[in-house]
Design a protein around this ligand. Structure first.
Ligand SMILES: [Zn+2]
Ligand SMILES: [Zn+2]
Length: 255
């Protein structure tokens, strides 16, 4: 009896730790690849890295790259106006925190929006045949966890991951446009605690000030874990930062 309950406890613990690890991976893929790399073209990836990011996103989030990129580019084009797909200035921060997923889905399903803002990202044959099938990716991701860890740990890991990923992504759009510091004159905010939970995304005021910078930290005391990953990929020859982050900022702010 005691042994059996210990076994369940271990599986729960393995599930929670794995769930946190999967979200960390998904957050890195989101900020480094989807956001900095593809949406803002701040980083170029070699083919193996590009494919690895796409497959990791497919298995862990089911996100279609061109949809995410289009919704995000529209957010930059119409920040905190009624045209913004998820603006706390329009709807209130709590409505965006609760409804971010619904707001994202509504915008992502708008074929005209996606065609307009992601016209540089036509779907490849591999996208159409494999990566566009979100449920297949998520199902396969859960099946891989179940084979590796057993069903209980896999279910716990999936539950932790889905809740953490959705809440943290929503927080960047909701809390990150409402609470926090605004060193630059834009409506987004910097929140270091949120940046630590989202691989750097919480430095959102910096990002809106210099969207084409691959590095989101602008001051010595700001921590951007996503930038460490970018540096690692660069050192391995798997990625190249298109614009020098410092020069990007200097150009925009005159030093
Ligand atoms: Zn924003
Ligand atoms: Zn952005």
């Amino acid at each position: 009896m005691l042994l059996a309950s210990n076994g369940i406890l271990v599986q729960l613990l393995v599930g929670v730790v794995t769930g946190l690890a999967v979200t960390t991976l998904a957050n890195i893929c989101t900020t480094v690849y989807l956001h900095r790399g593809i949406a803002h073209r701040a980083i170029r990836f070699r083919r193996p890295a590009d494919l690895a990011f796409r497959i990791a996103l497919w298995l862990s989030t089911g996100i279609r790259v061109r949809q995410w990129v289009a919704v995000h580019r529209k957010h930059h084009a119409h920040t905190d106006t009624p045209e913004d797909p998820h603006s706390p200035a329009v709807h209130g921060w709590w409505a965006v925190q609760r409804g971010n997923y619904r707001m994202y889905r509504r915008a992502a399903r708008d074929a005209e929006l996606v065609a307009r803002y992601a016209r540089d990202l036509p779907p490849s044959a591999f996208d159409r045949r494999v990566l566009d099938h979100a449920l297949l990716g998520l199902g396969l991701g859960i099946a891989i966890l179940a084979v590796l860890l057993g069903p209980i740990a896999a279910i716990v890991a999936s539950a932790v991951h889905i809740n953490y990923y959705l809440a943290a992504s929503a927080a960047v759009n909701a809390i990150g446009h409402h609470f926090g510091r605004r060193p630059y004159a834009n409506s987004a905010t910097n929140l270091q605690w949120l940046a630590l939970l989202t691989a750097g995304e919480g430095l959102h005021n910096n990002h809106h000030a210099a969207p084409t910078s691959a590095k989101l930290s602008h001051r010595w005391y700001e921590i951007d874990p996503g930038w460490w990953v970018v540096r690692g990929l660069t050192l391995l020859g798997l990625a190249r930062v298109r614009l020098d982050p410092r020069r990007t900022r200097l150009a925009q702010f005159g030093g």
